[in-house]
Structure formats: structure tokens, C-alpha cells
Design a protein. Structure first.
Length: 412
């Protein structure tokens, strides 16, 4: 049996020689003084040799454990030499499995399930907030503290809800990696309890009409890109969801007929099965003020595919956060969010026209909870919706300058 002392004292000789331990394990000493662990064994009736690495990089204890593992493999009818080659190959493959590589494989597999706008949001959130920090790291080496550190930077933007959505996506990537043999744990799953809480309840919204009108005036006086201001005004006029506004393609606006803008079900906030149902298409009345916004916008972005393009990538939609940041700069952080215009519209119109409650819900594209109500809401009531939309536009923009004036204001 070998000892560390005996191995250290083994001097070089004119010819190579070996120092035996037990079970076929020995040290091969070269004429240059190098010492290498080797294991002699028999498999399939043939004598074979397995290299276990140099001493002292591989200690005596580690060499003996490798010998014992090899013997265990032999008892199971497996060749330790083949297992070592497979291990090296697998390790080499895994070294190429960075988080970004695996994440893009996951995205390619799943993007067909999502509408284009959501798919763009998913990959953009990873490219902006995750890949720069942990994208180049082997996915097996990523720990919970590293994931949490990346999410903390998102939370610091006052975007706790966004951080949680990104965490879900990162967790799904790790689950995909585990099932593919590229990772063993999901560190994104354990960080949830350490993340900043998200305030529950209704989103903040200014619902009193005088305050809402004052807010619109203040927001439009901010230093900002006119496209963002026009998006905000269109949001206030139509009470559409911010994501629908942000992802508007020009071909929808170019196809407006009879003062109606058709938003396909595929772009609405619906379950996937409903997104494929043309009966769920949403009709937005195009008031005089909405048309002014569209015409002003056309001078800025009319040559591209998107009505509200991303400033860096014209073929992609603007970030939904752009309108939120504009509201925050105007002093409405925690008081009103882009989605809040739906509450402003709903509150005023329901209080002013209580008999039209069902039609107001239809204008908000609310999905009915029961079949009876759903059948009622399939009746479009287009004429009354146009009347209510024009009444709302006249009220909320009373005293406001035309949309074309927003092109002249201070720009960021």
C-alpha cells in the first residue's frame, strides 16, 4: 500500500517504473520525474489501462476513490474507460451550455405558443435584464444569489411586478435545462420569497374628471418624445390596454373604415383559444380627436411597420413602460399608471350614463363572465359606442391643444 511520503520520495530513474498500491492502482514514474496515476483492469477478457491523472493534482485518496468507482462500474458490467470518455464528452458539451444559449433554445421552442407582441416582450426582457449579467455563465454554475442580484436591479426601477414576470421566465428556462440534462436545480424557484412584494389590489388611477384633465395637460407639457405623448393621448381617448396601444401596427390604422378601428382578438388580453376567435375582435370608435392623433403620428412613424416603434428597433413596438415613465416624470408615480385610464373612463362614463353600463363594458373589451352576458355583448351597439366615445373625447380633451401641437413641444 502506498503512502504520500513514499510517493513524494520516489525519484526519477533512467527508465520509467511503477509504484503499486492495490486493486490494480499504481503510480507511473517517468524518467523526467513525472508521477501519474493509472489503473489496470480487465473487461471483456482483455486487459485495459485507465489514466486517472497526475500526482499530486490527484491525491492518493482521490485516486483510490476513482479506483473504487471503476470497480463498481465493472461489477455493473460497464467499462470504466468508456464511462470516462462519455464523461469528458458530456462535460465539454455542458461547458457550452451558457444561460443565454439554453434560454434561446427554450424561447425557440415556446414562441409559437405566444402572440408576437408577447414573444417580443419575453426575449427583450431577457436580453435587457438577464443576459448582460448571467448570460455568458454556464447554466450549471448559476446560483440563487446571482439570479436574485439580477432581479434586484429590475426592482430598483420600481418595477417589482416586471421583476416577478422575469423570474417566472428564468425559472421556466431552468426547468427546461433540468429536463434536458443541462442543469440540476432551479435557483430561480427559491428566490421568490426574497423578492420585493407587489402591492395587491387595484392599480392606482385618478378617476375624478378635473384631476384627470389636469394630469393630461401636465403630462403633455413634459419633455418627452412626441411619439410617447401621442401614445399617452390615444390611451386616454380609447381606454385600450397599454400593451395594445404600444403594439399597434400601421396596417390596422390604415384599414380604418366607417370610423371604426378593428383590433384583432390576437392582440387583445384574452386566453390563447379566445385570441383565435374572430368574434372576439374589438372595435374602437375613431372620434375626431383619435383621428387627429393618428394623422399627427403618421408624420413621424408612418413609413414604418409600427405606429409606436421602439426607438432603437423600428420594426419592434415601443416598450409599454415608456408611457409609465412619462407619467412618473410628470409627478404621478404611485398615483396613476397607464392602465389607470381605463378606470378613469369607466368611472366617469358609468356615473354619467348608468343605463349604458353594459355598452361601457363592451367598449373596455371586458370578457363577460357568463354565457348570457356574453351573448348580449356579441351585439355590437356600434352607433351608441360611437356616441359615447365622442362624448368622452370632447370631455377629456376640452381646452387641450390639437394633437399636431404635441409635435412642436420639448423633446427628450
Amino acid at each position: 500500500m502506498l503512502t504520500d511520503t513514499a510517493i513524494r520520495k520516489a525519484a526519477a530513474r533512467d527508465k520509467a517504473y511503477k509504484l503499486s498500491d492495490s486493486g490494480g492502482l499504481y503510480i507511473h514514474v517517468t524518467p523526467a520525474g513525472g508521477k501519474h496515476w493509472r489503473l489496470k483492469y480487465r473487461f471483456g477478457g482483455s486487459e485495459k489501462l485507465l489514466s486517472l491523472g497526475p500526482y499530486p493534482a490527484v491525491s492518493l485518496a482521490e485516486a483510490r476513490k476513482a479506483r473504487d468507482d471503476a470497480k463498481s462500474a465493472l461489477r455493473d458490467g460497464k467499462d470504466p474507460g468508456i464511462l470516462k470518455k462519455l464523461y469528458k464528452l458530456t462535460k465539454a458539451q455542458h461547458s457550452e451550455d451558457t444561460f443565454e444559449v439554453v434560454a434561446r433554445e427554450w424561447f425557440a421552442l415556446n414562441k409559437s405558443k405566444w402572440i408576437e407582441h408577447h414573444a417580443d416582450d419575453v426575449i427583450r426582457s431577457l436580453e435587457n435584464d438577464i443576459f448582460p449579467l448571467i448570460g455568458s455563465m454556464p447554466i450549471r454554475d448559476i446560483t440563487a444569489p446571482l439570479v436574485l442580484a439580477a432581479l434586484r436591479l429590475v426592482e430598483k426601477r420600481d418595477a417589482a411586478d416586471t421583476a416577478r414576470r422575469i423570474r417566472q421566465r428564468v425559472s421556466a428556462i431552468f426547468v427546461f435545462a433540468i429536463s434536458s440534462g443541462k442543469a440540476e436545480t432551479d435557483p430561480a424557484a427559491v428566490v421568490l420569497g426574497a423578492m420585493a412584494p407587489v402591492s395587491k389590489g387595484r392599480l392606482p388611477a385618478i378617476t375624478k374628471l378635473p384631476e384627470a384633465k389636469a394630469m393630461l395637460k401636465k403630462v403633455e407639457g413634459e419633455v418627452a418624445h412626441p411619439v410617447t405623448k401621442l401614445a399617452h393621448r390615444l390611451l386616454a381617448l380609447t381606454a385600450l390596454r397599454p400593451g395594445v396601444i404600444a403594439s399597434t401596427p400601421w396596417y390596422e390604422l390604415d384599414a380604418i373604415e366607417d370610423d371604426l378601428w378593428l383590433v384583432p382578438a390576437a392582440r387583445m388580453k384574452l386566453k390563447l383559444a379566445q385570441k383565435r376567435d374572430e368574434a372576439r375582435d374589438h372595435f374602437v370608435p375613431v372620434t375626431k380627436q383619435v383621428r387627429e392623433v393618428i394623422e399627427a403620428l403618421r408624420t413621424l412613424t408612418g413609413r414604418g411597420p409600427m405606429a409606436f416603434p421602439n426607438q432603437r428597433h423600428a420594426h419592434k413596438p415601443m416598450s409599454e413602460n415608456a408611457i409609465g415613465y412619462l407619467l412618473n416624470r410628470a409627478g404621478y408615480h404611485g398615483k396613476h399608471v397607464p392602465h389607470g385610464w381605463r378606470s378613469t373612463f369607466s368611472t366617469h362614463m358609468n356615473e354619467t350614463f348608468p343605463a349604458d353600463r353594459a355598452i361601457v363594458d363592451l367598449m373596455l373589451a371586458h370578457v363577460p363572465k357568463d354565457r348570457v352576458e356574453s351573448a348580449y355583448n356579441r351585439a355590437l351597439h356600434i352607433n351608441r359606442r360611437k356616441e359615447l366615445a365622442q362624448l368622452w373625447a370632447d370631455i377629456i380633451l376640452e381646452g387641450a391643444p390639437p394633437a399636431s401641437e404635441l409635435l412642436k413641444g420639448p423633446r427628450r
